[in-house]
Design a protein around this ligand. Structure first.
Ligand code: FES
Length: 75
């Protein structure tokens, strides 16, 4: 699984670095984490992409929930 986290200025200001830390805490096996340039959806940030699926409105507080939902439902 590949997770890309937007490191563009808008998502960065909303806390994308903290999102990275939270994902690392999850100790997900076989996950590759990458930073990404702006996804062009700044108003809906923080944005992350999991295996090519864009997931918006991510926060440091809800990122675990969002990833678990993706693993269960694929979106
Ligand atoms: S800064 Fe993240 S989508 Fe633009």
């Amino acid at each position: 699984m590949v997770i890309k986290i937007c490191m563009g200025s808008s998502c960065h200001l909303k806390g994308s670095y903290e999102v990275v830390e939270k994902i690392k805490e999850m100790n997900l096996e076989g996950v590759k984490l990458y930073g990404s340039l702006c996804f062009g959806k700044c108003a809906n940030g923080i944005n992350i992409e999991i295996d090519g699926v864009l997931i918006s409105s991510v926060t440091p507080d809800n990122v675990k929930e969002k990833i678990e939902k993706f693993l269960k439902e694929g979106n």
